[in-house]
Design a protein around this ligand. Structure first.
Ligand code: NDP
Length: 328
């Protein structure tokens, strides 16, 4: 009987538990491609899944881990053959489908993308779901017609995973980047990624007014809640905010004022079920446009057996940038 090492979330009478144990390959879920996972990452959602702080796990037992890179072992999918290097983000992996914190994963070939040319498996996961989502945000702002000459771009939750990649991508695209953070200690780090200004996140935490002084033309928000409401109230006329996260909260205590009096647009970003053409476009742009030295500067690497120690840390906003999980 073939087994492999995996983190497993189980639900019992005492609530949710997380153990690192052998998992029987025969218990993997349905899929036409089996992958030897080499790298995964730590995302905010993985923190929620491992701790059970939010019900992201919808099936038990569950192997958490929402993204991976690896090598195809067996495939019945026409696009993939053994030995191919692949990347997966989203599609409910680590939530409804057995996930990435394991030496093996079996998934639908339609969910995979080939490892983008120019990126190693480790670099693809240094980007991971968070970095890929930052690119989807940038693409949404581009699609809206916004350009650096329209004014500054704000990034909230800037020291986190989405935020760090967003700062680097916007700076590289020529934007004057304002990085909002709650951590003074990360100012130098953020300037190193390309931030031109640092904004204390406390300035975005007060009770939001319907409208406030116009400060940026574009924003990428990983935080939600009161912060997003303030960001909208401070966005310049005809600007746009790409909203992807809820690190502060799910609520949005705003009014229609920014939309109807300033023509501000709120662009929703969902990375989980992005169709293939857009997915491949995003990965292609990441491979071409993300400065790999900056990616290295924002990346920490841990072993598979250590990832659970970081679950509470990421939820508390104490991790910086991106964390790669080395599986093999
Ligand atoms: P991280 O924890 O790495 O980053 C979140 C950052 O938000 C923190 O580093 C911190 O930055 C800031 N933050 C944390 N708590 C608070 C708070 N209470 N108030 C204000 N700011 C806070 O997470 P990720 O980058 O992995 O994910 C960011 C968000 O985006 C998450 O909510 C995640 O679920 C979401 N997401 C959504 C996706 C989608 O498809 N829509 C895909 C990927 C992520 P600082 O210390 O600099 O202030």
């Amino acid at each position: 009987m073939a087994t492999f090492r995996a983190w497993v979330v189980e639900k019992g009478e005492g609530g949710q538990s997380l153990t690192f144990r052998d998992f029987d390959e025969a218990d993997l879920m349905e899929g036409d491609v089996t992958v030897r996972v080499t790298h995964s990452t730590l995302n905010y959602k993985d923190g929620l899944a491992m701790t059970g702080k939010s019900p992201v796990v919808r099936r038990f037992p569950m192997i958490p881990g929402i993204d991976f890179s690896g090598i195809v072992e067996t495939s019945e999918h026409p696009a993939y053959k053994p030995g191919d290097a692949v990347v997966l983000t989203g599609w409910g992996v680590g939530e409804t489908h057995l996930g990435a914190y394991a030496e093996r994963a079996r998934v639908k070939g339609d969910w995979l993308v080939p490892l983008p040319e120019g990126l190693s498996a480790a670099q693809a996961m240094a980007i991971g779901t968070a970095g890929y989502t930052a690119m989807l945000c940038l693409m949404a702002l581009d699609h809206h017609g916004l350009k650096p000459e329209h004014g500054p771009a704000l990034v909230t939750g800037a020291s986190g995973g989405v935020g760090s990649v967003a700062v680097a991508l916007l700076a590289r695209a020529g934007w004057h980047v304002i990085a909002s953070t709650g951590r003074d200690s990360e100012a130098e780090y953020l300037r190193g990624l390309g931030a031109a200004e640092i904004l204390d996140r406390a300035e975005l935490s007060g009770t939001p007014k319907p409208l406030a002084k116009e400060r940026w033309a574009a924003a990428i928000d990983a935080v939600g809640s009161t912060t997003l409401a303030n960001v909208l109230a401070m966005t310049r006329a005809d600007g746009a905010v790409a909203a992807c996260g809820l690190a502060q909260g799910m609520d949005l205590p705003t009014s229609v004022a920014p939309f109807i009096l300033r023509g501000v647009s709120l662009l929703g970003i969902n990375s989980v079920t992005t169709p293939q053409p857009k997915r491949r476009e995003a990965w292609g742009r990441l491979a071409r446009e993300l400065d790999l030295d900056k990616l290295a500067a924002m990346t920490t690497t841990v072993g598979l057996s250590d990832v659970a120690d970081l679950a509470e840390e990421i939820l508390a906003g104490r991790t910086r940038g991106r964390t790669v999980v080395e599986v093999a």
